[in-house]
Design a protein around this ligand. Structure first.
Ligand SMILES: [Zn+2]
Ligand SMILES: [Zn+2]
Length: 174
């Protein structure tokens, strides 16, 4: 996804809409998302001073693995974002303005196009949960025998529940 800066500047502060709807592989490359998933991005770009301001919503469905039961599932990621990029006129050699923007921890862009794929990839990674679960009440795997407790009740679990109850009884007696 790229923003054509001369058009945004010409609209003088008016929001210019951009959108994408399709597969993650088409957007970020098949190397990174070989097994599918979908992405929808809607954003607007507008010029403000020497900056271009981007704001929008990213909504994705990723092929993920549940951190509790290890089953594959579709993870939904939805997040708002906004960011400003300092527009730096193209110059030859080391550009002092680009270095200044970098030093001030600001994102910068030069040339006619602002490419947003890498920026949006990072937004998506930040919005992803660190330990995704297939559903909030996923019971996960038994720590003893490895059975998927969403599908079956293994016997070690029953034992440990009894143990817990015995422990409670002991606590009460004490
Ligand atoms: Zn799960
Ligand atoms: Zn078990």
């Amino acid at each position: 996804m790229r923003i054509y800066l001369p058009e945004v500047k010409q609209r003088k502060g008016e929001a210019v809409p951009y959108s994408f709807k399709g597969s993650l592989a088409d957007f970020f490359g098949r190397d990174e998302f070989p097994c599918g998933g979908e992405l929808e991005v809607e954003l607007s770009a507008r010029a403000g001073g020497d900056k271009v301001l981007i704001s929008g919503v990213l909504h994705a469905f990723l092929e993920a693995e549940c951190s509790r039961c290890l089953q594959p599932f579709r993870q939904e990621v939805k997040t708002d974002f906004q960011e400003s990029f300092v527009i730096i006129p193209e110059a030859e050699g080391g550009d002092p303005q680009a270095l200044a923007a970098e030093a001030a921890n600001e994102l910068s862009v030069s040339g006619n196009y602002l490419y947003l794929n890498e920026f949006l990839r990072q937004i998506m990674i930040l919005a992803q949960e660190y330990n995704p679960v297939c559903r909030p009440d996923c019971k996960g795997l038994c720590a003893e025998c490895g059975a998927d407790l969403n599908r079956t009740n293994c016997e070690c679990r029953e034992d440990s529940q009894i143990d817990l109850r015995l422990l409670k009884l002991k606590e009460l007696k004490n």
